[in-house]
Design a protein around this ligand. Structure first.
Ligand SMILES: [Zn+2]
Length: 102
């Protein structure tokens, strides 16, 4: 049921990995009322309410799994390029034992 005026209908659209299932609710965000939509992520995670504006702007393209994957990839890339890894694994192991992840 879409009874809110001035809300762009996003149902059955796909944004990145998110598929919009239905209208969730209007939420007050600052001074504005914004439409949130129930979305299903392609990774199969539980349904999530996402702001329509975030969907349209491309800010939100997944339940969060995409940014988690990107973050993991960045860590891998940084590690491969880090001086510690180039010098040898013993240096990297020392860093890990000290709890530093620079
Ligand atoms: Zn996901």
């Amino acid at each position: 049921m879409l009874d809110a005026p001035n809300v762009k209908d996003e149902r059955f659209k796909t944004y990145g990995r998110l598929y919009v299932i239905e209208f969730a609710e209007l939420r007050s965000v600052g001074k504005h009322r914004k439409a949130f939509w129930i979305c299903q992520c392609a990774c199969g995670s539980p349904l999530k309410a996402v702001c329509g504006e975030a969907l349209r702007s491309g800010n939100t393209v997944s339940c969060g799994c995409v940014s988690r994957i990107r973050a993991a990839e960045n860590i891998l890339v940084n590690r491969e390029n880090s001086p510690a890894v180039i010098k040898g694994r013993s240096a990297a192991n020392k860093e890990n034992q000290n709890g530093k992840t620079s």
